[in-house]
Design a protein around this ligand. Structure first.
Ligand code: ASP
Length: 587
């Protein structure tokens, strides 16, 4: 038997017992005679003591131990001498007096300390991920992630869902990103695509009568990895038959409440809020509003009409909007000219023409380089409408809308991240609903689906698909947590004729539709039930709940922003023979 106990499990209950343990040398302290080793395994750390008087041979062996050596130890558990207990660790009352030691493997000095709290460069961590994952924080992140997925599985199982695996080698699906392609050896010149999501397969499973499906599905999207993205991510993917939006939302809320209660011992308020898409843009300047703080956007177009400020007048004449928000200026966050310049530059980089600010002095007096262009009455009315108090700052962005709102929304989140406006430990959920079905793509000069092209239009809007596609609302919903989109889904089109109509609105020809989605169209014509579903991003959810800034912190083997794996060096070249087999000419 390798071991009788795990290192992290020893307590005073084992005092006097002979135990054997196995694990890694976490730290080693030589106290002129006595050697103390913290022995680590997945369950924690326990102190070993090597006493030269009690057991000189074993002590001699222990002198050779270095960090991250792997050992097996036998010894007796005893109470630590009074005053030397360590209340910070669960095993802190006891120690093991070593009687036998076996070195199972050695290790060179690791490139960073596993036991330390130093900031380590991420590249180094990714290169030596197998060591990085030994760090207790990473162990906890992966354990937490596993617990979360287990709760999800149990929860969905209790609701009679079944998990079905769908293929990874498949046909291109249109979630809107670029596909990863895999050349086929057996069909020269043909390619599989890695799935961007199991979307079409889960719909087919509904046609097949499975009614309630889920999967912890890996999804592949070949995007430029701006922001915090990965080329492959995991989602909780689900689909149900004979349901409305309410049913899907109910399942998701129940599941998230279960996760919160079991993992964070927190109750969450249900039902979650619902904000229509247009209101989200108008009020928060974002379709994923962060509700942890206020700073709402207000439309002040009417109020600022007829000033001497040319820029605003031009915007108003052009049909644009003037949008304002109040920065509440928390104590110690008074903004200087330099701050205003920086905020302006920040917003200009995002595409704003400029940023107007008014520092409120009194109800009818503000400080601003452009104050002189406005009538005193206008300023007073502005301060009043926004309920801005002395010391606070009014920020204004003018332009075509929703562009202006989106820019001001970006300022809203920037201010919240930079100044202390977000209450710690707060989780604010909301659904965003009533999305448009389609949006105009300037690049492609055609309408494209805002979610994906299998999303059902609102029944009443269906006739508009032909003549006014931009007016059609979707039966779609996004789930947002703290300003981050955690998931999205919809009620799907379940009738072939409607699906064909939507393809026409998207300028997908009948021939192309047949080539790409013929199997779906066929399935829809064979008695497809009404159905709908959603997918939630596991990586993002775990990262937020663990308070991590990056999803790389909660993925065992992530890739860099350039899509490379520093551990394995993927992607990498392959042999000419492999290329030949795949009918690919070397570059
Ligand atoms: N397939 C969608 C996605 O992965 C989610 C859904 O509509 O269920 O984004």
């Amino acid at each position: 038997m390798f071991r009788t106990h795990t290192a992290g499990s020893l307590t005073s209950a084992q005092i006097g017992k002979k135990v054997s343990l196995a694990g890694w040398v976490h730290t080693r302290r030589d106290h002129g005679g006595l050697i103390f080793i913290d022995l680590r395994d997945r369950w924690g750390i326990v102190q070993l003591v090597f006493n030269p008087k009690a057991n000189p041979a074993v002590h001699g062996q222990a002198e050779k131990l270095r960090s991250e050596f792997v050992v097996r130890v036998e010894g007796e558990v005893r109470r630590r001498p009074a005053g030397t207990e360590n209340p910070k660790i669960p095993t802190g009352e006891v120690e093991v007096l070593a009687e036998a030691l076996e070195i199972l493997n050695e290790s060179p000095t690791p490139p960073f300390e596993i036991s330390g709290s130093d900031v380590i460069s991420e590249d180094l961590r990714l290169k030596y991920r197998f060591l990085d994952l030994r760090r207790p924080d990473m162990q906890e992140s992966l354990r937490f992630r596993y617990e979360l997925t287990r709760i999800v599985r149990d929860h969905l199982h209790s609701l009679d869902f079944i998990e079905v695996e769908t293929p990874d080698l498949t046909k291109s699906t249109p979630e809107g990103a670029r596909d990863f392609l895999v050349p086929s050896r057996l069909t020269p010149g043909a390619f599989y695509a890695l799935p961007q999501s199991p979307q079409l397969f889960k719909q087919l499973l509904m046609v097949s009568g499975f009614d309630r499906y889920f999967q912890l599905a890996r999804c592949f999207r070949d995007e430029d990895l701006r922001a915090d993205r990965q080329p492959e991510h995991t989602q909780i993917d689900l689909e149900m038959s004979f349901v409305t939006e309410e049913d899907i939302m109910n399942v998701v809320e129940g599941m998230t409440a279960d996760i919160f209660e079991k993992l964070l011992q927190k109750k969450i308020e249900r039902p979650f809020r619902r904000i229509p898409y247009e209101k989200a843009l108008a009020r928060y300047g974002s379709d994923k509003p962060d509700l942890r703080y206020e700073m709402f956007l207000e439309d002040v177009t009417e109020l600022l009409k007829g000033s001497e400020f040319k820029i605003f007048n031009e915007v108003i004449e052009g049909g644009g909007k003037i949008k304002a928000l109040v920065f509440p200026t928390p104590a110690g966050s008074e903004l200087s000219r330099k701050d205003f310049d920086e905020l302006t530059t920040h917003l200009q980089a995002l595409g704003a023409k400029g940023l107007v600010w008014f520092k409120v002095k009194r109800e009818d007096e503000v400080e601003s380089p452009v104050a002189k262009f406005f009538q005193a009455g206008q300023i007073a009315a502005l301060v009043k409408k926004l309920a801005a108090r002395p010391g606070q700052v009014i920020f204004i962005v003018a332009g075509p809308d929703p562009g202006a709102s989106i820019l001001l929304g970006a300022l809203r989140t920037h201010l919240a991240e930079r100044y202390p406006l977000i209450p710690p430990g707060r989780f604010e959920w909301t659904w965003v609903t009533e999305f448009p079905l389609l949006e105009w793509s300037e690049e492609e000069k055609r309408f494209v689906a805002l979610h994906h092209p299998f999303t059902s239009p609102r029944e009443a809007d269906e006739p508009l698909l032909g003549e006014a596609p931009e007016k059609v609302k979707a039966r779609a919903y996004d789930l947002v947590l703290n300003g981050t989109e955690i998931g999205g889904g919809s009620i799907r089109i379940h009738k072939r004729a409607v699906q064909e109509k939507l393809f026409r609105a998207l300028k997908i020809s009948a021939q192309e539709a047949e080539e790409k989605f013929g199997f779906l169209l066929k399935a829809l014509s064979f008695g497809a039930p009404p159905h709908g579903g959603i997918a939630l991003g596991v990586d993002r959810l775990v990262a937020i709940l663990r308070g991590k800034d990056s999803i790389r912190e909660v993925i065992a083997f992530p890739k860099t922003q350039k899509g490379t794996c520093l551990l394995t060096d993927a992607p990498s070249g392959v042999s000419p023979r492999q290329l030949k087999e795949l009918h690919i000419k070397p570059a």
